[in-house]
Design a protein around this ligand. Structure first.
Ligand code: PRP
Ligand code: URA
Ligand code: MG
Length: 212
């Protein structure tokens, strides 16, 4: 599948397996989500353009430094579950600006329902890094990319912990210019739109709203 980057680093694969375990507590799930987000952000920023600049070195001479080119990145968490990845990604991009998109998947239709969005200034000039642990049918991701493009964004990346093939196809078909970074391309969606083997309901696990 085009524009899909599977991050198969041993640390990523090890931590993801811990998240898949049935008895993974809220605390552990949250911690692992952020640890994975940090490692994955490192990989997803690998092709960021870099430029040279002159600076004063320790000897008092002008030396050449390197810096990431262009305006500061905007990280775009999709509420709620995307918030679970935010601290980890910000560890790697501490000066990033945060744009927020609130979407809730309708449990019957599986269609995303929008309830909030707030974008940083000059969003059209920034690289947007969308974060959400789950890419299932792809509806929420396509809606977020549509919204970013309607604001003029041209450079968009998506960072998800687990992706379903169905969702990757939907995003690739609608937005072939957007690269999806994931720790795992899982098997399929079940009849309720959950990823198999997946993680279960990531939002509920991160926020502790699991109903027993
Ligand atoms: O690819 P899709 O079929 O659109 O499904 C994926 C979306 O579903 C989950 O959020 P959910 O709607 O459950 O909201 P939550 O984060 O508030 O739990 C998940 O975090 C994604 O945003
Ligand atoms: O498997 C899934 C699908 C959508 N949302 C989740 O949290 N998990
Ligand atoms: Mg949820």
């Amino acid at each position: 599948m085009s524009n899909l980057c599977i991050i198969d680093h041993p640390l990523v694969q090890h931590k993801l397996s811990l998240m898949r375990q049935q008895d993974c507590s809220t605390y552990k799930f949250r911690t692992l989500t952020n640890e994975l987000a940090r490692l994955m952000a490192y990989e997803a920023t690998r092709d960021f353009p870099i430029e040279d600049y002159d600076m004063m070195g320790w000897e008092g001479n002008i030396i050449q430094g390197k810096q990431i080119k262009g305006k500061t990145v905007t990280i775009v968490p999709i509420l709620r579950a995307g918030i679970g990845m935010l601290d980890g990604v910000m560890d790697m991009l501490p000066t990033a600006k945060i744009s927020v998109v609130g979407l809730q998947r309708d449990e019957e239709t599986l269609q995303p329902v929008s309830y909030f969005d707030k974008f940083v200034p000059n969003v059209s000039e920034r690289t947007a890094l969308i974060i959400d642990p789950m890419l299932a049918t792809g509806g929420s991701m396509v809606a977020t990319i549509d919204l970013l493009k309607s604001k003029g964004c041209k450079d968009i990346k998506a960072l998800v912990i687990v992706a379903a093939p169905e969702g990757v196809k939907v995003v690739n078909d609608a937005h072939p210019d957007v690269t999806i970074y994931t720790a795992a391309l899982d098997s399929h969606l079940n009849e309720n739109g959950y990823i198999i083997p997946g993680l279960g309901d990531a939002g509920d696990k991160i926020f502790g709203t699991v109903h027993h």
